[in-house]
Write a protein that binds this ligand. Sequence first.
Ligand SMILES: Cc1cc2nc3c(=O)[nH]c(=O)nc-3n(C[C@H](O)[C@H](O)[C@H](O)COP(=O)(O)OP(=O)(O)OC[C@H]3O[C@@H](n4cnc5c(N)ncnc54)[C@H](O)[C@@H]3O)c2cc1C
Length: 499
Amino acid sequence: MIRSILVLGGGSAGLLAALTLKRKIPALSVEVVYSSRIGVIGVGEGTVPYVPFHLHGYLGLDEHEVFAAIQPVIKLGVRFAWGKRPHFDYTFTGRQHSWRWPDLPRNNGFYGFEDPSAMDLSSALMDENKALPRRPDGLPDLPPPGSNFAWHIENKLFVGWLETACRREGVRFTDADLAGVEPGPEGIGSIRLDDGSVREADFYIDSSGFASELLGKALAEPFEDFSGALFCDRAVAGGWDRTSEPVLPYTLSETMDSGWCWRIDHPDRIHRGYVFSSAHASDEQAIADYRKVAPKASDPRIVRFRSGHYRRSWIGNVAAVGNAAGFVEPLEATALMVICLQCRWIADGLIDSLQQPDETLRDLYNRLNGSIWSQIRDFLALHYRFNDRLDTPFWQRCRQEIPLHELEPFVAFYRGNGPSAINAGNLPQGSPFGTEGLLAILAGLAVPHAKTYPPPAAETARWKRHCEDHRSIARAGMNMPEVQKLLSMPGTWKKIRAR
Ligand SMILES: Cc1cc2nc3c(=O)[nH]c(=O)nc-3n(C[C@H](O)[C@H](O)[C@H](O)COP(=O)(O)OP(=O)(O)OC[C@H]3O[C@@H](n4cnc5c(N)ncnc54)[C@H](O)[C@@H]3O)c2cc1C
């Protein structure tokens, strides 16, 4: 029976694991061992709606407290300067291409193929740099966590708050480097730290980041490499303090010669990062290209990564969470979502198995991990394969070589039938992106299809009215500084959630 857990690593993965486990199973003894000498990776700032849901919907943490501590900027979606359009948006409403208005005979994708702007409310808000609609009572119309919005968060602020929350739940912390691992009948018997102490636990969580000290090194689990589908393996990351720039309530993703560049806004800082392929650009070239789009960035640094995952993430008495289990490049900012899901799978698995996990639970965890990593890989592959904005050697290679794996039937149906919502039948099981996500990318990149639909005038008029309604709500909406001010005031959260 698992009564004690040792978490190796105090980055967002280790702390989310400790917090989730201690909150869900308070009787557990949980200790986090981390190395202040090694530190945390310090990137990981975009999220998807599942992350706020995990903290508030699943763990039941107070929204006001979390907002005040981590100062997130609302993320309505991603604005892609990819493909031939000036840009297109992939939002979190689920009401873009696959949505159908009751007064129109087809789903939105057919009406908005030529001009997808203001197709949903979030896209209209993004055009106006507004974070949220305004309610009649003057408060921001903030949907429940898990729907429509995610966050931009500063990794270090997030990690700092997670540590405070963990300590409050009774998690213990030790600052030391791992010095050795002793095998045991279940996998790992104990670990030795560089302060000379030895730790034994019933269960170990490896959250040691890319080092993967327990799963990758001590247990030597093989790594499944995704470099055949995703060519980027490095990033230039940096930022600058905000001057007069407006706060963008979305991630900006721009096509670059050998990859793409993010812009992520925080209240007082703007982060830029160029994710690139080292086979197509040297570090010096990438930094030079980065400086062109981020001239104010003072501190660019190179971060190396490899996309892929360890074949199994849970072996015996060791389960890995976060970068120690796997990582797929950050184009859709999915890593924190995967971490939250991993924490939830482990916590729910331990609760339901009466803290006595068996091989079937381990197998399930490993299958769930394998499936989510490959679904993310294929979704990202779709972005790269159809981006025809630039004709550099990197992008030519992406268009020629990137495989779509399980998404082939979805893409074939799209090519033959357009952005039809019934393509849902071709979705891989348990897709985290759904028909909406796939259509947002295919139609957003204007991938040609055989069924262009010139709607009759009456349908066009109704469609335009819906888009105009979004624009008018968006114009009256609130920008992020206004939202932040209101959400920082005592009593606002209670009023917002009272409805
Ligand atoms: C370029 C880039 C951009 C990214 N952008 C995003 C994004 O927008 N959104 C997103 O969700 N994710 C993003 N990520 C992923 C992000 O890094 C992870 O989601 C997240 O930060 C989890 O990191 P971690 O806790 O697994 O690892 P880390 O933050 O590296 O933490 C590892 C921990 O283990 C400890 N440790 C390591 N070795 C030892 C040792 N020998 N002894 C003791 N302690 C040890 C370290 O001290 C640290 O505390 C990005 C990643 C990269 C590379």
